[in-house]
Design a protein around this ligand. Sequence first.
Ligand SMILES: NC(=O)c1ccc[n+]([C@@H]2O[C@H](COP(=O)([O-])OP(=O)(O)OC[C@H]3O[C@@H](n4cnc5c(N)ncnc54)[C@H](OP(=O)(O)O)[C@@H]3O)[C@@H](O)[C@H]2O)c1
Length: 286
Amino acid sequence: MKIAFIGAGKVSTALGLYFKDKGFEIQGYYSRNPKSAEKAAQLTRSCPCTSLDTLIGNSQMIWITTPDDQIKNVVQQISNLPILDKNKKLVLHASGVHSLAILQPLKEIGYQTACAHPLLAFNDPFLAKEKLNEVWFGIEKSKNGNKRLTDFFNACGNKTLYIDSNKKVLYHTAACVLSNYLVTLLNASYEIFEKSGVEKSDIQKATLPLLESVINNLKDKDCKEALTGPIKRGDQKTVKMHIERLKAFMPEMLELYTLMGKETEKMLEDENQKKLEIRNQKSEGE
Ligand SMILES: NC(=O)c1ccc[n+]([C@@H]2O[C@H](COP(=O)([O-])OP(=O)(O)OC[C@H]3O[C@@H](n4cnc5c(N)ncnc54)[C@H](OP(=O)(O)O)[C@@H]3O)[C@@H](O)[C@H]2O)c1
């Protein structure tokens, strides 16, 4: 099966490298800027294409990997091409926010269609390619195209999870909270470290083992179990001290700190309730 990509950016370059490693043939890349297609094709030893119909004509799996806002335009472009054997070709997109519905015009003219959203933050294509072995792909249930897609991911060794098409935007919101706002939260923490007097150039490196230990704790524990720190321990005075210092030195961080604190308390509510009941039972028995 030959694989093609329309949109030669971060995701398609990493996927091309990965699928090639898994033994699939990468037919090539088409992109708005031919230079992007050339770069991705060079890295994956495939063809940079300036003709969309040649690329699609020569491929069986066609990924639309443009920015989300461009998918509709690309679908329109493909619809107008005189391609043979459309029913043997699977066209899919990698967007986490758009559903299968955006590919409906292609389904109507005979193409198989699917979506496969990789749950990974793509940046450097080579780092992403290494990580792709462990990545889960979010797919939607569809009448055509699904069996082929699950077979494909099984062959690659990737797991898939089903997304409800009607709730896909919510699914993508969750992915953004995790992958984007985690970075925003880290940035807030770095700013507080800097205000505390830690050398700016040391902060990221010095805190990396701390961050990694948090991720490691989450590998085999749920959030409540993995949580550490003053709220988990019930050290209320420590939390008060944090708030006082923020009030004095970084009032702009207070809202974020207290909001996160409230969410943390909410997460622990059941557990604290249980602890309270055990404590009450003990004191009644004394
Ligand atoms: N980045 C992530 O972490 C991530 C994770 C999961 C899913 N996704 C999804 O993967 C898709 C691609 O994201 P990305 O991060 O790889 O984006 P990207 O790095 O911005 O790459 C998109 C590529 O598409 C090209 N392009 C733009 N409009 C086009 C058009 N009309 N026709 C052909 N090519 C066009 C771009 O322009 P040039 O040709 O000018 O270079 C660029 O090379 C999106 O649907 C996104 O939601 C992204």
